[in-house]
Structure formats: structure tokens, C-alpha cells
Write a protein that binds this ligand. Structure first.
Ligand code: NAI
Ligand code: A1CAB
Length: 289
């Protein structure tokens, strides 16, 4: 299947590389566009067709991934709208931008899928959740899920979950990287060489995450099994609890979610203002006629 990326930044590069390295899509079946030729260079080196024209991506692809920043998504969709036909699936990975806004900027009944994924697509370990637009066909859900499952896990859910997904797993890698860096800092403070400390911290998060996903045990039980009575871990856990470790993470997910909601509301406000502007221009035209 021919896939296209509009916007060739970090997420598009990571997804394209994931599709190619898992063999699910061949490089010659991928096209990517970006106004910045430097962003296209990486994809070109993978054997992907690149262009400065977003419309060319739509023309050449059956599934088009919109991978631009939220601020320009409406402008980009308007630009390609006339090239979007019923045989194409438009997949947005843009944070915060609701299906309603994506659909308003595309022809009626366009097959639209909204996705929230995360940067571990780079290593085929993404956490993605998809939500189907009104015009999407039942097979589209299966197709997009199958594709995303090649580069990590993928669940389907209703759209009202996606902002919380953004606050948790979309932004979550940044929290995890900071946790790894901080654990390593602790190791360095206590005398470990930096490279060993980073390796141990990263492997500790990886191994713990694997146990949560594979053991079937409750996370609280897994934590309890590390805490020996009167031991080192429970002493360290007490310090974390006193410092508000859990509350900090809960707050981070809450704030990330609220920011995604704010982005969506901003987009809806902009769409209403744009519609009002177009209506007043039409009235003005009629008066002049
Ligand atoms: N970075 C992340 O961890 C995640 C990002 N996302 C979402 O993915 C989307 C892309 O994010 P990143 O890849 O991080 O951003 P990025 O800034 O790395 O990539 C965006 C690309 O769009 C290009 N661009 C700008 N104007 C354009 C236009 N008119 N037409 C086509 N391309 C244009 C830019 O040159 C840039 O290469 C965003 O909407 C973000 O919310 C979602 C989940 C995780
Ligand atoms: O920070 C952001 O807005 C994007 C969405 C999720 C991760 N990065």
C-alpha cells in the first residue's frame, strides 16, 4: 500500500523508518513532503520519494499521515482538500486537533482517522490509540491498527479519550527520559560512572515495564515484591512519597491532557472565526453585486 507523510519531522521520520525496517511497507511505496529540504534528506536516504508539494503526497498515496504541528493543520488540509478522494484515508497524528476540525477542512465523508502515538515508534515500541472519524469505513480501523501494531501496541477508543492519551503516553516518553536522567544523576552522585548509570537506569525502566506488561501482576504487588522489610527500597520509597512523586506524575498527565484540550478548543474557536469572516466577505460581495 502507498503511504504518504505530510510533514517530515521527528514523528514522520520515526514512523517511516519503523514501517520500512519491519518490512510492512517498502520505501518505494512511501512519499513525504516538507517545505524544509533538510527534513526530507533523512527520508530520501531511506529510499523514500520526497517532494516540497503536499498535494503530490496525496496524489501518490492511499493513506496519508498528517504529521505537522497543530497550528498549521487546517492550512495544510485546505491546501490538499481538492486532491482528497474517497479511496484515500487521512490519518492525523496531530495532538489536540479534533476529528470535527479535520473533517470540516476536508471533502464531506472523507475517511479520517485520528491517532495519538508516541516517539518510541523510533524503536518499534510505540503506544498508539486510534479513533475513527464519521466517514471512516469498518475496514479502515483494521488497516490502521494492523499498521500501527507493526511499530508498537495499538488500541482503538472513542475520541474523548485521546486528550488524556496525549497527556499520558503521547508526552510520557519525556517524563520517562527525565526519570532515567535523574536516576542516573543519583547514581553519579553516589559514585557510578555516567555511562554505566544511564545504562542501569534505562534497563531498570525497560525491565520494570516488561514485568508490568508480561507478568499479569498488579503494579502495586510488583512494587511490594521489591520492598524488603526494613530494607533499602522501602526507605527510598518513603522519601519519594514525601517528595510527592506520585502526585507529580498525576499532575503531569493532568496538565498535559488539559493542554491538549486547550489546543482543540483553540482550533474550534479559530474555525468559527474563519467561518464568520468568510460569511461577511460573501455578504460584502453580494452588496457590491
Ligand atoms: N514529537 C512527539 O513526541 C509527538 C508528536 N505528535 C504530533 O505529531 C505532529 C508532528 O510532531 P513532530 O514530528 O514532533 O514535529 P516536527 O516539528 O519535528 O515536524 C513537523 C514538520 O512539519 C513541517 N512543516 C511545516 N510546515 C509545513 C507545511 N506547510 N507542509 C508540510 N510540512 C510542514 C516542518 O518543517 C517539520 O519538519 C505534531 O502535531 C505533534 O502534536 C504526536 C505524538 C508524539
Ligand atoms: O508536546 C507535544 O505537543 C507533542 C504531543 C505529544 C508529544 N509531543
Amino acid at each position: 500500500m502507498a503511504i504518504g507523510f505530510i510533514g517530515a519531522g521527528r514523528m514522520a521520520q520515526a514512523m517511516a523508518r519503523g514501517f520500512i525496517s519491519t518490512g510492512v511497507i517498502k520505501a518505494q511505496n512511501i512519499t513525504a513532503s516538507d517545505p524544509d529540504p533538510r527534513m526530507l534528506r533523512f527520508l530520501k536516504n531511506l529510499g523514500i520519494a520526497t517532494t516540497l508539494e503536499n498535494t503530490e503526497v496525496v496524489d501518490r498515496s492511499k493513506m496519508i499521515v498528517i504529521a505537522v504541528k497543530p497550528s498549521i493543520v487546517s492550512k495544510v488540509l485546505k491546501e490538499v482538500k481538492d486532491h482528497v478522494t474517497m479511496d484515500k484515508i487521512m490519518v492525523s497524528i496531530v495532538a489536540g486537533v479534533p476529528l470535527s476540525i479535520l473533517e470540516e477542512n476536508l471533502p464531506p465523508d472523507t475517511r479520517v482517522v485520528r491517532v495519538m502515538s508516541n516517539i518510541p515508534v523510533t524503536v518499534q515500541a510505540a503506544a498508539s490509540v486510534i479513533s475513527m472519524g464519521a466517514g471512516a469505513l469498518p475496514d479502515d480501523s483494521e488497516l490502521v491498527r494492523e499498521l500501527l501494531q507493526c511499530i508498537g501496541i495499538c488500541e482503538e477508543g472513542s475520541e474523548n479519550l485521546l486528550d488524556a492519551v496525549t497527556g499520558l503516553s503521547g508526552s510520557g516518553p519525556a517524563y520517562a527520559f527525565t526519570a532515567i536522567e535523574s536516576l542516573a544523576d543519583g547514581g553519579v552522585k553516589m559514585g557510578l560512572p555516567r555511562d554505566l548509570a544511564i545504562k542501569l537506569a534505562a534497563q531498570t525502566l525497560l525491565g520494570s515495564a516488561k514485568m508490568v506488561l508480561e507478568s499479569g501482576k498488579h503494579v502495586g504487588q510488583l512494587k511490594d515484591e521489591v520492598c524488603s522489610p526494613g530494607g533499602t527500597t522501602i526507605a527510598a520509597m518513603h522519601t519519594l512519597e514525601r517528595a510527592g512523586f506520585r502526585a507529580s506524575l498525576i499532575n503531569a498527565v493532568e496538565i498535559g491532557t488539559l493542554k491538549a484540550i486547550e489546543l482543540g478548543q483553540q482550533k474550534k474557536k479559530e474555525a468559527i472565526e474563519q467561518q464568520k469572516l468568510e460569511e461577511s466577505l460573501e455578504e460584502l460581495d453580494l452588496e457590491q453585486d
